[in-house]
Write a protein that binds this ligand. Structure first.
Ligand SMILES: [Zn+2]
Length: 365
């Protein structure tokens, strides 16, 4: 009995000791030690796994971590993953160039300056070619969000786990000679867009698109992809990635404007900067925007505010085809808001008809 008590006592002491050990160990393990230019720096460890195209991947030896407020991680693991369609080119560990479709990102070891699609950008943290001290593995460690978005990939962080995915095409690109169109109802889900006079932009844009859908559903000359047909949250990358993946002939985004209560009128946005670059056959963004603006004005009867060059809107900047964004009217203006709500079915029909007319004029149907 005495002996038994002794064992219990020892066991309790052992338990106390064990309970202390994991804490100190966990603390040490929470830092990722990186050797760069012979200097070792400890960074806050983040998850040791990634979700790549929905698949969980363990990256125990080369984990993602937090550097200057950005999630950074091993570029080779992420961008060489199956289905990412990224061409990976490392030149002497001095520069890393990643190409995906028409997107191209060139980064330089240790520099916050990068080149995205030919344009210079500055990132919050520099990509580095460095060594994970614990495993001795050398990797390009890059800001995952910046690089993923530049490549038209989807990026999100859920409960500290970094998720990168190529948007799955809803259906494989049409192999027929149908006109491929992507219709994008602006905003949705947690993003209500503009609000005014008791209305939400996301609801109005969805209603317009779903009205147009009724007509497109009956017209076999078109293969239409919708970024959403329900009240769904989407990133901007989801939208342009879908258009790029299905190799759309044209991309049209539907929005409702908002400013002060006296602002009125219909306008269409496009990217003048990318007009030549995104030309497809005999169609340019300028021509598409012009046709859509004319038809939208006729449908709304509002003031014609004309075309607006908006090269930095992501859905105009990263779409690889003629693209435009229609702002039907102002939700912030009571008269226009009432009129829009009463005429949404007309807008949908007019949108369909204007695409038909435009494509017919271009000899596509
Ligand atoms: Zn909007």
């Amino acid at each position: 009995m005495k002996r038994f008590k002794k064992i219990i006592g020892l066991f309790l002491v052992l338990l106390m000791v064990i309970s202390l050990i994991p804490q100190t160990e966990a603390k040490a393990a929470s830092k990722v030690k990186i050797v760069y230019k012979k200097k070792t720096t400890g960074y806050a460890r983040k998850k040791t796994f990634l979700y790549l195209n929905g698949k969980k991947k363990a990256i125990i030896k080369t984990p993602t971590f937090m550097k200057q407020g950005c999630y950074v991680g091993p570029a080779s693991t992420i961008y060489k993953a199956a289905g990412m369609d990224v061409v990976y080119k490392d030149v002497g560990h001095k520069t890393l160039t990643l190409t995906r479709g028409k997107h191209k990102v060139k980064m330089t070891n240790g520099s916050v300056k990068a080149v995205v699609d030919g344009k210079k950008v500055i990132w919050d943290t520099a990509p580095i070619y460095a060594k994970y001290k614990s495993s001795g593995k050398k990797r390009w460690i890059v800001p995952v969000k910046d690089v993923s978005l530049a490549l038209g990939l989807n990026y999100k962080v859920v409960k500290n786990a970094v998720q990168v995915s190529a948007s799955k095409p809803v259906i494989a690109p049409a192999s027929t000679s149908k006109v491929v169109l992507v219709l994008d109802a602006g905003h949705g889900g947690t993003d209500s867009g503009a609000t005014g006079n008791g209305n939400l932009e996301k609801t109005m844009t969805l209603r317009i698109v779903n009205e147009a859908k009724k007509y497109f559903d009956q017209d076999t000359r078109f293969q239409v992809y919708y970024t959403r047909t329900t009240d769904q949250t989407l990133t901007l990358a989801n939208r342009y990635t879908l258009a790029n993946n299905v190799n759309a002939d044209i991309f049209i985004s539907v929005h409702i404007n908002s400013y002060i209560s006296t602002s009125t009128g219909t306008e269409t946005l496009y990217s003048r900067d990318r007009n030549a670059l995104t030309q497809k056959g005999n169609i340019t963004s300028l021509e598409l925007a012009t046709a859509m603006q004319q038809a939208a004005c006729a449908a709304t009867g509002f003031t014609n505010r004309g075309l607006v060059n908006r090269p930095n809107l992501q859905v105009l900047k990263y779409t690889n085809m003629p693209a435009c964004l229609i702002e039907y009217g102002f939700i912030s203006n009571r008269t226009e808001c009432i009129s829009m709500n009463a005429n949404i079915a007309n807008y949908g029909r007019a949108l369909y008809q204007s695409v038909v007319n435009f494509m017919r004029a271009k000899g596509k149907i």
